[in-house]
Design a protein around this ligand. Structure first.
Ligand code: CTP
Ligand code: CA
Length: 234
């Protein structure tokens, strides 16, 4: 089939997309992190830009190449991500939190490399990081000028069936205070970094889209849902 010209439904909008996985430093050479590839966030940033949005990609330790025409802000830790998102959020029309932030950070960061002590192990004490998404949604609720802003969260969950997945997702969406949540069923060893995906997009009322296939197809459905909400909000 002939490629269709992308709709310009996001012209004049600013969309901020976070992607990748944050790292929490243990010492100058080590960190705690996760293996998020950033590919889903990159696909969403590309799709939003193709549809006319000005896009800022907040990239945490991403190997993937950012799409052209997208402004990139690099971050390392969940704290960095929280600061950059808080800076960009007040002027964004849409926010997509596709990043996988580390949930815990070492209580103390060693100034010099941690050395082995004989045959002994190492006990780490970790603190919970800032919940970036929940904070963005709380700040939005307190700012009338952000009433029309649309916030999209992500969740990778293990669930025995689709109904349970949607139930877990609905509770998480309410807890975070976001408008849309993209659910990824990761039961049965479905892991990060694959080119294909299966997602369910929900709002507070239930499922609004379900897509299997390429990350670009999933990105299209996610941007459709975001764009639909932005238009409603006008
Ligand atoms: N998130 C965030 N800040 C964190 C942790 C998560 O902004 N410190 C965001 C993620 O980017 C994602 C959403 O919250 O959009 C859900 O992430 P998830 O890891 O599923 O939620 P958590 O609240 O961390 O809960 P869990 O204990 O299930 O990991
Ligand atoms: Ca988490």
């Amino acid at each position: 089939a002939a490629a269709q010209a992308a709709a310009r439904d996001l012209a004049g909008r600013h969309v901020v997309v976070s992607a990748g996985g944050t790292h929490e430093a243990l010492d100058p050479v080590r960190f705690l992190g996760n293996s998020s590839s950033g590919l889903m966030g990159v696909a969403i940033a590309r799709e939003a830009a193709l549809r006319g949005a000005r896009v800022t990609l907040v990239a945490a330790n991403m190997q993937a190449t950012p799409p052209s025409g997208v402004e990139v802000r690099r971050v390392v830790s969940t704290g960095d991500l929280a600061r950059v998102m808080a800076e960009l959020a007040p002027r964004a029309n849409g926010i997509v939190m596709a990043a996988a932030p580390a949930d815990f950070t070492p209580e103390q960061q060693a100034d010099s490399k941690i050395k082995k002590d004989g045959d002994g192990g190492l006990t780490l004490h970790l603190l919970q990081t800032t919940d970036v998404l929940a904070t963005l949604c709380r700040d939005r609720a307190a700012d009338p000028s952000r009433a029309g802003q649309v916030v999209v969260g992500f969740a990778a969950e293990t669930a025995p069936d689709r109904d349970e997945l949607v139930r877990i997702g609905t509770a998480k969406l309410a807890r975070k205070g976001c408008d849309l949540l993209v659910l990824n069923d990761v039961s049965g060893g479905k892991v990060f970094g694959q080119s294909s995906t299966h997602i369910t997009v929900i709002d507070a009322q239930g499922a609004v889209a379900e897509v299997s296939g390429s990350k670009s197809g999933a990105a299209r459905a996610i941007v459709d849902a975001l764009s639909g909400r932005l238009i409603e909000a006008v």
